[in-house]
Ligand binder design. Structure first.
Ligand SMILES: O=P(O)(O)OC[C@H]1O[C@H](O[C@H]2O[C@H](CO)[C@@H](O)[C@H](O)[C@H]2O)[C@H](O)[C@@H](O)[C@@H]1O
Ligand SMILES: O=c1ccn([C@@H]2O[C@H](COP(=O)(O)OP(=O)(O)O)[C@@H](O)[C@H]2O)c(=O)[nH]1
Length: 485
């Protein structure tokens, strides 16, 4: 099989560069090994690109990376517009932040159609396409309109909310109908998958049988594939990173003080404001923790051209400075707040240095930082993860200290509990989480999805062509790998 993976953002192979976002960070090592072609945006735009898609192609492990210049006239309306100002807020249950114009929607559809045209050059008889994320909800349908009959799968990295929330997205019906051109649609969690199926029955009134939807496109399977990390590799990297100059400098600066760490894109879905308020509350309620524990918060700038992100950046800067002003001392800064990116190598050492990892999104598809924090810990003296129950990762990391990110007092109490937790309990909780991370690796996620896509397409082709039964692959017995809904 010749696999073509498509996403808006792609990652280049530089291990010492910061990765922007979990999708690119997660996909890089597995796509590299698989020999697939990974197609995405180059981050550049080009006038007249619609007529002639331009791709810069470079080797990526056994495969290749193809980076496309997207059409200049539509890029803003597609990326900052419909994808990140209409779909993203809705998918994260922030309908109050939806800003959508008809022009942005048309640009979004144009870029989906442009990507479909660009992909045709990578199509071979044995090609399977695997499309990633909400930037390309309509790409499968655009490919089918251009005669593609090969397997096309889709994976959503974000949550899929309640159907009434999706109804806040202009053209929601048209978009979800277009999604049914995919053979297989993967979600991070069972709740996301159930919400999607609920939309299908309530808004589209389509028949669903055991996760399989029947529509004018034929059948589409919806299933759950929680994304993972390579925990063993991350653990080795973290142990080595302790001698990295940035990590050594941090350790020296602590003077025996405990450290909590947060690492997030500067995004309203990540619950940063509530987190800072929880630390403020904790230092107010437990004065003994002032000077003995500080927070290192890395908030990497993200989607800065969008108003809601600019507003959040100002709000956070003011809040952090206010909290530091009230609790700080001449020789102690409560919150070390950094608006820049770090390589995963450095991050792994920073995670291992911190006694508490704080991951408190209001909604998050998975949250790989939570998984990376756990994997980076010293097995003999592991730190404690404080994790929002609204992150997809909470399904697997259920022995973390789970919190409600809307309950500031509760979070303050839980962070204090984490700081005082005895070693035996820390080890017990950490070992249970590590076992889950090893079982649900990124390699497993990739293989499960690709196997399920091939199987689903083969089954579908067999049922849709009953007159030629012997020419089509037989359905195999339970493949065990894919966690179908
Ligand atoms: O590409 P950007 O606009 O800079 O945004 C970065 C990525 O953010 C989102 O990541 C999601 O995928 C992670 C991996 O599955 C998951 O852990 C996290 O919960 C999601 O938020 C977005 O979905 C990606 O498309 C972006 O590339
Ligand atoms: O300075 C940074 C901040 C984050 N990351 C990486 O970005 C990803 C963030 O993924 P997550 O799923 O937590 O959230 P997303 O940003 O995708 O919503 C993780 O792999 C981090 O290691 C990074 O390499 N450098």
């Amino acid at each position: 099989m010749n696999l073509v993976v498509v996403s808006n953002r792609v990652a280049r192979g530089a291990a010492n560069e910061p990765m922007t976002g979990g999708l690119a960070a997660a996909l890089l090592p597995v796509v590299e090994k698989s020999g697939a072609i990974w197609v995405g945006s180059s981050g550049r735009v080009r006038d007249g690109a619609q007529k002639e898609p331009f791709a810069e192609i470079e080797a990526l492990g056994a495969g290749a990376l193809a980076m496309l210049d997207l059409p200049a006239a539509h890029y803003g309306g597609y990326y900052e517009g419909f994808a990140n100002s209409a779909l993203w807020p809705a998918l994260h249950s922030r309908t109050d932040l939806i800003r959508a114009s008809q022009e942005d929607y048309l640009s979004y559809r144009e870029v989906n159609a442009f990507m479909a045209r660009a992909l045709l050059r990578f199509q071979k008889p044995d090609t399977a396409f695997w499309i990633q994320d909400y930037h390309f909800l309509a790409l499968g349908s655009e490919l089918r309109d251009r005669g593609v009959t090969q397997p096309i799968g889709f994976f959503l990295h974000t949550p899929w909310p309640a159907h009434s929330t999706i109804e806040g997205v202009p053209h929601h019906r048209e978009l979800v109908e277009a999604m049914l051109a995919y053979d297989l649609i993967g979600f991070q969690t069972r709740d996301d998958c159930e919400n999607f199926l609920d939309y299908i029955s309530s808004d589209l009134a389509l028949e669903i049988d055991d996760g399989v939807i029947t529509s004018r496109h034929g059948t589409t399977r919806a299933a759950v594939f929680p994304i993972g990390i390579d925990a063993e590799k991350f653990a080795l990297q973290a142990a080595k990173a302790m001698s990295h100059p940035d990590v050594s400098r941090l350790r020296r600066s602590l003077n025996g003080e405990k450290l909590a760490i947060g690492v997030d894109r500067l995004d309203y879905s990540k619950g940063l404001v509530n987190r800072i308020k929880a630390f403020d509350q904790m230092w107010s309620l437990h004065p003994a923790l002032a000077r003995t524990v500080s927070l290192l918060q890395i908030a990497t700038p993200s989607r800065g051209a969008i108003e809601a992100y600019g507003n959040l950046q100002s709000e956070l800067a003011k809040l952090v400075s206010d909290v530091n002003g009230r609790h700080g001392e001449v020789d102690w800064t409560p919150i070390r707040y950094l608006n820049k990116g770090f390589s995963q190598t450095v991050l792994s050492g920073l995670y291992r240095t911190a006694q508490v990892g704080v991951v408190t999104p209001l909604h998050d598809g998975m949250n790989l930082v939570a998984k990376e924090y756990v994997a980076a810990q010293n097995p003999a003296d592991p730190g404690v993860l404080v994790l929002s129950k609204f992150a997809g990762a909470a399904n697997e990391l259920d022995t973390a200290l789970l919190v409600n990110p809307h309950d500031i007092d509760g979070m303050a109490r839980t962070i204090a509990t984490a700081l005082y937790m005895p070693l035996t309990e820390r080890r017990m909780r950490w070992e249970a989480m590590m076992a889950k991370l090893s079982a649900g690796s990124i390699q497993r996620w990739f293989a499960d999805f690709v196997d399920a896509l091939q199987e689903t397409h083969a089954d579908k082709t067999a049922t849709e062509m009953p007159e030629r039964p012997t020419l089509w692959p037989l359905r195999s017995a339970n493949r065990g790998g894919a966690r179908y809904h």
